[in-house]
Ligand binder design. Sequence first.
Ligand SMILES: C[S@@+](CC[C@H](N)C(=O)[O-])C[C@H]1O[C@@H](n2cnc3c(N)ncnc32)[C@H](O)[C@@H]1O
Ligand SMILES: [Zn+2]
Length: 273
Amino acid sequence: MISEVVNWLSCPHCATALIVEASSGLRLLCEEGHAFDVARYGYVSLLPGAGAADTADTAAMVAERDAFLGAGHYAGIADLVTELAADAVADDGVVLDLGAGTGYYLAQVLEAVDRPGIALDISKHAARLAARAHPRIGAVVADAWSGLPVRGRAASVLLNVFAPRNPREMRRVLHPDGRAIVVVPEPDHFRELIAEYGLMAVDDRKPERLREQFGDRFRVESEHPYETTLALSAPEVSQIIGMGPNAWHERAGEVRSGGAVTVAVRAYVLSQM
Ligand SMILES: C[S@@+](CC[C@H](N)C(=O)[O-])C[C@H]1O[C@@H](n2cnc3c(N)ncnc32)[C@H](O)[C@@H]1O
Ligand SMILES: [Zn+2]
């Protein structure tokens, strides 16, 4: 619920604190009087202007992702993220998930750590699912590329799983003693699908890219490679393609058969320099 996390949010216009106000519906109100309605689905949009970035996951992508994750194919990744988050969590602060999608990872982490969690995503379709993924999740629509509507040092744990990264803002919102857990695909991720369907490998499948990106703000404390082979049905292969980058989508209809698919990712635990 949004009231769980409002103390850690800030106004996207003037950066002052927000409170929950219940009148005809719920809304968040800042000290300067800017107001943000809580949607009836439980999330709040703290985008300063109209319109979402064109990187927002569509309703169809979110539905494919939800079905694929719900089948448990990434349970091993969720277990790894949960274990790393439980090691890093402090007695105060929130768990902040940047590019949280459906809230799948954050919900599992909150089962293990008794803290509130902010699921932040640019997609309102994702936020709608994240808002009901766990009672302690507050779901916020916001752009990870711009200033985050989150108070400085709010997060004792920051999650970032297959999602856009903004090291400057990540540094500002992470408590100095906190940890960021960042999961990125490795070069072998989905290699069978990339070969068979001519999908373009996503650019950040290069381990050194992450170090370059975070270099002067965070140090890599530990790295945790995770690899498995999934045996997928044809509809599941089509789900993977459908939940992926926009450029892949036209290929989803071409899937004729299932098969083995390599999942290769790496989780990094980062702390501030
Ligand atoms: C590949 S999905 C990963 C979602 C989730 N972390 C997971 O692994 O299930 C990437 C997510 O980033 C979100 N996203 C894309 N651009 C964003 C931005 N500028 N700010 C915040 N979220 C963004 C998308 O809407 C999508 O939900
Ligand atoms: Zn304001």
